[in-house]
Design a protein around this ligand. Sequence first.
Ligand code: NAD
Length: 477
Amino acid sequence: MDFDADYEMTIDGLSAEKRLTFSAINPATEAVIAEVPEATAEQLDRAVAAARRAFPGWSATPIERRQELISRIGDCIEAHAEEFMRLLTREQGKARAGAEWEIGGSIIWCREIAKQSLAVHVVEKTSVRSVETRRVPLGVVGAITPWNFPVLLAIWKIAPALVAGNTMVLKPSPHTSLCTLKLGEICRDILPPGVLNVVSGGNDLGAQLTTHPDVNKISFTGSTATGRKIMAAASSNLKRITLELGGNDPAIVLPDVDVKETAKALFWAAFQNSAQFCVAAKRLYIHEDIYDELAGALVDYAATVNVGDGAHQGVDLGPIQNGIQFEKLKALLADSKAAGDRFLTGGEIVEGPGFFVPISIVDNPAEDSRVVTEEAFGPILPLLKFRDIDDVIARANDTQYGLAASVWSKDLKRARAIAERLEAGTVWINEVHSFSPHVAFGGHKQSGIGIENALEGLTEYTNAQTIIATQPEAVSA
Ligand code: NAD
């Protein structure tokens, strides 16, 4: 299999004809690296029909066999890990360590989700009557993914949806289709035809999937704005939805921390994947007693980090993934400058080639400024001062988002008390970004609906079915 060419969609277990195409760009160089197939409406219909046809056989396949095949997808990703990592860097921009994290995680997720199953809940069982609730698959799942972690976030959907007995039509972001198309290709040799179909295309194709009458669920990861549109569209046939959306995660740093160590941890909390991370720390609330010292330590640490083409050795952080996001970040920097904000580092963009934004740290901007209230989704980080705990909790919670948050302190009891008052689906204390296939992840407020990972995540790919049975003799007796 050639990871440098032949990017094709997978429909019904076969490569689909390439009728229309669009270009894939390497964000570090702005060079065109491939022509990506763009699915027509007819091809989408064929993909959904193939998934529909495959559903009865796949859902009737014993779960042990489905688990085995999902685990085998992990083995196959592992066998092609090097090619996946190189392609991921070329299309997404991320540096080697980031690519290793994502591809390594994808392998683990396949293997671990393949160990999960949902037990039948026996409510009543006597010699004459039983009441049981079991979980049954939904049918055809439409999966839509973003461009920041294209492989891992696709696996977060494929593995549980298929283990639960559903079939799928997967649509990656038009900005990062290549690895997902290759994932579809390797699965052709593992899964029965039609169980996993991969179609590439733009936002319109995603919209068509969300209104398709033969799709039973949409599992979506992306922006809150798109999530709202999907929720509305899914109402057409009451599709089930799981929405993993944006965040504006606060990190609250108490004055008792080890400043140097915490600065390093906070740096990566904020800037990993060039801050194109739904759960990046996006607002750093620092106690006023250590504000200057911690700000200085962050700037010192930032100076040791190399931003560049992720394909080059020694590079820690890559470019912004696409031109649209790059323009948004430029506008955000311009707005912050116009407001008179002081940059402790960064702030100046050197024009191309490549969509590069330097690590930019903003010194205590106004709480209601765009750089604080909006999800930057790029390496622009506001540092904010606080003195009072009640005040900082109110400021942390004053957002439409509720994805994740973190608290940093040597006093775990105190940190825990703060964590419990934060409106977020995940709160980390003295760590961040630890995910597990067995730990529930989902947003509060407008950061999402539903859960991914853990048995709760698996449950989202099922309906409950209650079977109540009585022996006839028992009724007549
Ligand atoms: P996006 O919403 O623009 O696009 C995501 C996907 O949705 C793409 O595949 C796109 O083609 C598709 N799409 C766009 N419009 C659509 C429509 N009307 N109907 C159906 N599909 C449509 O998001 P993005 O820019 O790719 O990703 C960045 C966003 O994703 C950020 O806000 C980030 O926080 C969020 N995100 C969230 C998580 C999470 O788990 N909560 C993870 C990663 C990214």
